[in-house]
Ligand binder design. Structure first.
Ligand code: PEP
Length: 253
């Protein structure tokens, strides 16, 4: 029997200047403090990380970034390193979001390098995977997700896995208002856990948290979170307002 603590993370994408970020985080903090059954993380844009870090310090709300480079420092104009994120107080980093894969050319190989760089600094990755609509309709969904998981986690020692979070985010559900049904999501989460058991071992796989992401909202969160292999949510649009985000961390109330 495993007891995976669900994790709900807000991916703010390229939204919120510092004053707006402060308002948002102050708006959700009281609900986070009262919440005892899930871990809550916010991932602001780089420019608001310090502002949010100052506010969440000493609270139960975790801080994450949305991306990073795999080197600690160097001539990489425009990039931010894991060392810098650690320095600012980040705990998590989202890696391989579908927007990074499709709009910024990230590959399983670069994603794998980023994961290894995070472990070096005791930062915890949220590794994203998920198929496009075309891949689902042509029944290649399992093959695509398996490639992303095996590629992203290549040569990662099993000791690192308990601190790794996977986010299954079907691309066709991100920002579209179209959510995977609880059955579709559960089916893929169970498949991912099977791959993890094959790559590592069953007990390691049983302890890894797998979030669902893709148009999660107050209307669908309870049913999704009730699935046995769904351990939280990665949330985009609904993480940008306290009124929309708070119900997502209260899915058991
Ligand atoms: C995301 O960007 O990771 C996401 C799931 O977005 P949304 O909740 O808006 O679909």
């Amino acid at each position: 029997m495993t007891s995976r603590i669900p994790i709900v993370a807000g991916n703010w994408k390229m939204y919120k200047i510092r004053s707006e970020a402060a308002d948002l985080v102050n708006g959700i903090l009281p609900a986070v403090s009262k919440n005892n059954y899930c871990e809550v993380v916010v991932c602001p844009p780089f420019t608001a990380l310090q502002t949010v870090a100052n506010i969440v310090k000493g609270t139960k709300l975790g801080l994450g970034a949305q991306n990073c480079h795999f080197e600690d420092s160097g001539a990489f104009t425009g990039e931010v390193s894991p060392l810098m994120l650690k320095d600012i107080g980040c705990k998590y980093v989202i890696i391989g979001h579908s927007e990074r894969r499709t709009k910024f050319g990230e590959t399983d190989e670069s994603i794998n390098k980023k994961l290894k760089a995070l472990y070096k600094h005791q930062l915890l990755p949220i590794l994203c995977c998920g198929e496009t609509l075309e891949e689902r309709e042509s029944k290649r969904l399992y093959e695509v997700v398996e490639r992303q998981i095996r590629g992203g986690l290549a040569d990662i020692p099993s000791e690192k896995m308990p601190t790794t979070v996977i986010a299954y985010e079907p691309v066709w559900a991100i920002g579209t208002g179209r959510t995977a049904t609880p059955e579709q999501a559960q089916d893929m989460h169970a498949f991912i856990r099977k791959i993890l058991a094959d790559m590592f071992d069953k007990s390691t796989a049983d302890n890894i948290r797998i979030q669902y992401g893709g148009s999660v909202n107050a209307g669908n969160v309870k049913q999704l979170m009730a699935q046995p292999d769904i351990d939280g949510a990665l949330v985009g649009g609904a993480s940008l307002e306290p009124e929309k985000f708070i119900p997502l961390i209260q899915f058991k109330d």
